[in-house]
Design a protein around this ligand. Structure first.
Ligand code: KIV
Length: 264
């Protein structure tokens, strides 16, 4: 439990001291429940899939992400808060600066996250130089799933592993304060973590990262259509909610709800 706001410096200082626990949130209701219990909350563009029912994150717009980031920021007082920049919103330095500044000015977030490869180093540098805290998302990048032909685990070949390690070092050099490593062979994610002095947060990247993140609807069993190998269900959320819903429907149908004390 956090007793006060986790600042950027306090977040970075967790490296090699304490594992970082992170979760996604897309609205104020869930963010209020999570705030202060996790180190980091991410307004991820995964909301397009888990809440929008779409089969990729590609459709997220800057306006939609700002809407959700604003809602979450209203509830987050302690956890470190990051929002995703959506696909296409950082295609060049100019486009990235315009959109990132729009985010920064319109919502109370601590940082932004971008899915990047070596081709985006100068874009990331421009955002960091402008004074924005940037987390780089490397490895399996869901925004590039069409380009990649699906959600493919990275770092399987020696060349791919080395280019991920080089990318991580270069991203640190241009100024990112942290890395999110998704869908990467555990041994490679551990090597990346040991190669940089900034924290790494893993998802499907094994236990060697400095922290872990899960999409909340996966972690709590609300999304159970399929369960990726890296997901652990900490609650049977769907079953519990359906049970409660069935009780409500039963009470309405048989007249047990509302009672006199629940009426004016
Ligand atoms: O969009 C998202 O939720 C993410 C996950 C990897 C946590 O980036």
């Amino acid at each position: 439990m956090l007793d006060k706001k986790l600042t950027l410096n306090a977040f970075k200082a967790k490296k090699n001291k304490e594992k970082i626990a992170a979760i996604t949130a897309y609205d104020a209701l869930m963010a209020h429940i999570f705030d202060g219990r996790v180190d980091m909350i991410l307004v991820g563009d995964s909301l397009k899939m888990s809440f929008g029912g779409e089969c990729s994150t590609l459709g997220a717009s800057v306006g939609e992400m700002i809407y959700h980031a604003k809602a979450v920021s209203h509830a987050v007082k302690k956890s470190f808060l990051i929002a995703d920049m959506p696909f296409g919103s950082y295609s060049s330095k100019e486009v990235a600066l315009k959109n990132a500044l729009r985010f920064y000015k319109s919502c109370e977030i601590d940082a932004l996250k971008l899915e990047v490869g070596a081709d985006k180093l100068e874009v990331v540098r421009a955002l960091c130089d402008e004074g924005m805290a940037i987390m780089a998302h490397i490895g399996l990048k869901p925004q590039f799933m069409r380009f990649d032909g699906g959600f493919k685990v990275k770092g399987k070949s020696e060349a791919e592993a080395q280019s991920l390690i080089d990318l991580a070092r270069n991203l640190q050099e241009v100024g990112v304060f942290g890395l999110l490593i998704e869908g990467v062979v555990s041994e490679v994610a551990s090597k990346i973590t040991q190669s940089v002095s900034i924290p790494t947060i893993g998802i499907g990247a094994g236990g060697g990262c400095d922290g872990q993140i899960l999409v909340w609807s996966d972690a709590f069993g609300f999304f159970d259509t399929f369960k990726p190998k890296f997901v652990r269900h900490y609650l049977n959320g769907k079953e519990l909610l359906q049970g409660a819903l069935d009780s409500y429907v039963r009470d309405v149908k048989n007249g047990a709800f509302p009672s006199e004390s629940e009426s004016y």
